[in-house]
Design a protein around this ligand. Structure first.
Ligand code: PMV
Length: 361
């Protein structure tokens, strides 16, 4: 589908009021998106695991205004408390999606949002948050036009979410999602995420993700700035090629269930992401000493046990420990005995592969 497929023909609404709630999960990229072109187009394709429990729940109440306003009319609350600091981001988002939901200025929107994970945990809430909001807004379009197919609804929700935060487009569907064109992956689009279309070995079906909260609080450099620093980055060209190769390798790995190769691709991707940050101009480091301690411990544990936990990282210091369900008991014992001491306040989040966003009736 192209951008114009998401512009509704004529859409005027006589719906005066409504309320809808969606829960959208966070996701963790295996092959990372880092660097973009104008219009939130990724510089390389990415593939992620959708999570189950780390999620945002958003309730949107929409009320028709007397006449169309010049500006967007909305209020935003986090845990029932107004969050004026979210207003610029939401306004920018609504501005970007207005062409595709031309009726939004006809409504006052009350957006009430809550995260299942602590706000200060350093877990990115923008992916789950933008996905949940996009799904709620699509619900207005569905009420105006009940003929919308499920596929169109989900694809457009992903398309809109991308315009809020790139990785949010991978938070609509489960369990493995790809975003971005890639010659080896059928159906990939730069405009929205799609469920991974190729064969996936059973070992990945119930993969676990234990998120170790190494550093809670604000990052010094936002991902928006990080993406921009890939423009003109001396390693950018090589990095984008490497990501494409890793997607190709992952395709084989998903098919065969080769966990050692999986570990190699996933850990290399995580370290490359941070290597790009450390070699940007200006350079920056988001990992903390405890991030490295955890990485070393995971490597030691693998050597000792021949089990398969591996790490990946987001744009932050927290560590996602990924492992197959059948190794959960041993890996969790290891996490409790040897890794929790490196977490701030001993905190971690137990999560796993999830099925995607759900509407809460
Ligand atoms: O969606 P953004 O703009 O917050 O960027 C996310 C970038 C990474 O989380 C580091 C990688 C990814 O693919 O999710």
């Amino acid at each position: 589908m192209t951008e114009t497929d998401f512009v509704p023909e004529t859409l005027t609404s006589d719906i005066s009021f409504g309320k809808v709630t969606w829960k959208a999960p966070s996701n963790i990229a295996l092959v990372k998106y880092w660097g973009k072109l104008p219009g939130q187009i990724p510089a390389n394709a990415s593939v992620s695991f959708t999570l189950e429990d780390s999620a945002t729940i958003t309730t949107l109440t929409y009320r028709k205004l007397g006449k169309e306003q010049n500006d967007f009319s909305f209020d935003i609350f986090l845990d029932d408390i107004p969050v004026p600091e979210f207003i610029p981001k939401i306004r920018t988002f609504l501005g970007r999606i207005e062409r595709y939901l031309p009726f939004i200025k006809e409504y006052h929107l009350e957006i009430k949002t809550t995260n299942s994970f602590p706000h200060s945990s350093g877990i990115a809430s923008s992916a789950s948050g933008m996905a949940a909001l996009a799904l709620c807004l699509m619900e207005i379009e569905r009420r105006i036009n009940p003929e919308l197919t499920k596929l169109y609804f989900e694809t457009k929700a992903s398309f809109l979410a991308r315009l809020g935060s790139g990785s949010a487009c991978r938070s609509i569907n489960g369990e493995i999602v790809q975003w971005g064109k890639h010659p080896g992956i059928n159906s990939g689009s730069d405009l929205y995420g799609t469920p991974y279309p190729h064969k996936v070995h059973a070992v990945f079906k119930d993969y676990q993700d234990t998120i170790l909260l190494v550093h809670q609080g604000q990052k010094q450099v936002s991902s928006t700035v990080g993406h921009q620093l890939m423009n003109g980055h001396i390693f950018a060209g090589q990095r984008f090629k490497q990501a494409a190769q890793n997607i190709e390798e992952l395709k084989q790995i998903f098919e065969t269930g080769d966990l050692n190769s999986f570990i190699q691709v996933v850990e290399s991707e995580a370290l490359t992401l941070h290597a790009m940050m450390m070699t940007s101009i200006p350079y920056f480091v988001l990992m903390k000493p405890n991030t490295f301690k955890i990485i070393e411990k995971i490597w030691e544990f693998r050597k000792k046990t021949a089990l398969h936990p591996c790490f990946t990282l987001d744009a932050g210091a927290n560590v996602h420990v990924l492992y197959p369900f059948k190794e959960k008991e041993e890996v969790m014992a290891f996490i409790r005995d040897e890794l929790v001491e490196y977490c701030e306040d001993g905190l971690f989040i137990q999560d796993r592969l999830g099925n995607g966003a759900i509407k809460i009736e």
